[in-house]
Design a protein around this ligand. Structure first.
Ligand code: PHE
Length: 465
């Protein structure tokens, strides 16, 4: 098992794997969610807690997930079956892969709708919808007009899904790798251009202050939990996206080193996104408001009123679309690889089957903002937090707060408690006595599962702080 290659192919190099995994990690989560939750939760103090969560939950799980993928070399479901057999334990562990497929279907169905928004905003920005006369009413009306129109939402969602499917259909080397090699450098360049632009604004210092000012008084238990949950989502952990990318990783690569680079890149890009965004937002005297409206309303309004804003605004939405696109690839790939393996379909057919299914499922999210706006599936619970959720919010909640942490928890338990240590050490190419191995194994067996359990219990509302 150890020496064979995945039937889906392999990344050409360790560098390409790092680019691909970073592409998966860096997404909508980094560019609008991270800056906003950082600001809301006390800036610097929150960043510190977030980094801690990344280090003690995110990194150990990422190492475990890549390791599982590389050892199994198949789609997450078949990888887990094979590794369960190897560990002489129950095949029930396949549930990690099965849940991952289900989670992926749900995540991509709404992620693609938001991906569609980013495309729409490239169009709006590029065609001058937000010219210098744009008022906050214009900006609100543009966003409102988009989300209230099922046809528009479906159209942009369709384009985004087609973009995602086109690269996945090309396979590991000729689709994913080709796209990622071009898109990731573009993403970094665009981000640096935007950071450079933000530095020229008079509000640059204010933006930095907002993002990094250490104010422990704003920190509470809830922000610690937010930080932990986000560490999970932002690193794409718990659903097999990183596992399947690991399956295409050549044997010679050090998983621990690669993980360190990916995690560092994801974090630096999230911080740079914050540095690029806040000076722009503050430049128009706006405050950093909630997630969705920060990027799709406050930001366009500010851009409209700064010289060069239209160009840089367009660049911003291209950046956001690329980030979402390279993440979407990694959500579709584990599902497609499984369909190829189990139904023996060609990659093209498998991509079309899975893509169309997710595309159709996406209608539910798209309709959540208009014709299904009043459909609140959990209204009967009478729990304020759940009752008001439309389908879009429910899918997001269910996947980010329940399914991803649960998947990660199961992975930590499987690797920490059920896999043979010699197999793990062999795959990591690290002797069991090595201090890094010991540290990682300890975190994975004890600290990580407890951490995730706290997030999980909080998310389902069993624990109230
Ligand atoms: N990490 C991605 C982001 O930050 C989201 C994602 C979650 C991608 C799960 C793949 C799997 O937007």
């Amino acid at each position: 098992m150890v020496d064979k290659q995945s039937i889906h192919g392999e990344w050409s190099s360790r560098f390409v794997f790092i680019l691909a995994a970073t592409g998966s990690a860096v997404g909508l989560g980094n560019i609008w969610k991270f800056p906003y939750i950082t600001g809301e939760n006390g800036g610097g103090a929150f960043v510190l807690i977030y980094l801690l969560c990344i280090a003690i939950i995110g990194m150990p799980i990422m190492i475990a997930e890549i390791m599982l993928g590389r050892r199994g070399k198949q789609s997450p479901i078949n990888t887990m079956r094979e590794l369960a057999i190897e560990a002489q334990t129950s095949k029930v562990w396949q549930i990690i892969g099965i849940m991952g497929v289900f989670t992926g279907l749900l995540i991509l169905s709404y992620y693609s709708v938001v991906g569609g928004w980013t495309l729409a905003y490239i169009y709006f920005m590029g065609t001058g919808t937000f010219s210098s006369v744009a008022s906050s009413d214009t900006v609100k009306a543009t966003f409102g007009g988009l989300v209230s129109s099922p046809e528009q939402l479906i159209m942009w969602h369709t384009i985004f899904m087609a973009m995602t499917m086109s690269l996945v259909a090309g396979g590991v080397k000729h689709g994913l790798e080709k796209g990622i090699k071009f898109l990731m450098p573009a993403l970094v360049i665009l981000l640096l251009v935007l950071v450079g632009y933000a530095m020229t604004l008079p509000t640059f210092a204010k933006g930095i202050h907002f993002l990094f000012y250490f104010d422990p008084s704003k920190l509470n238990t809830a922000s610690v939990l937010v930080a932990m949950g986000h560490a999970f989502f932002t690193l794409s952990l718990g659903m097999g996206a990183i596992m399947v990318y690991g399956a295409y990783l050549p044997k010679k690569t050090s998983i621990i080193e690669a993980t360190t680079v990916i995690v560092a890149a994801d974090t630096v890009i999230a911080l740079l996104a914050g540095i690029a965004i806040f000076p722009v937002v503050f430049n128009h005297g706006l405050t950093a408001s909630a997630g969705t409206s920060l990027v799709f309303q406050s930001l366009p309004l500010s851009f409209a009123h700064i010289s060069g804003g239209i160009i840089f605004g367009t660049i911003f939405f291209i950046l956001l679309a690329i980030a979402a696109w390279t993440s979407a690839l990694s959500i579709l790939e584990p599902i497609v690889s499984w369909v190829i393996e189990s139904l023996k379909l060609s990659r093209l057919t498998a991509t079309i089957v899975c893509g169309v299914l997710i595309w159709a499922l996406g209608f539910l999210s798209a309709f959540s903002f208009n014709i299904l706006g009043d459909f609140k599936p959990l209204a009967f619970t009478n729990i304020e937090k759940f009752a008001g959720m439309n389908l879009f919010a429910l899918f997001d909640f269910l996947t980010s707060n329940i399914l991803l942490p649960l998947g990660g928890l199961l992975m930590a338990i499987f690797v920490g408690w059920f896999m043979r240590r010699e197999h793990v050490a062999d795959e990591l190419d690290l002797p069991q006595e090595h201090i890094l191995y010991q540290l990682w194994h300890f975190l994975l067996r004890f600290i990580t599962p407890v951490g995730i359990t706290i997030v999980f219990l909080h998310a389902v509302g069993l624990l109230t702080f």
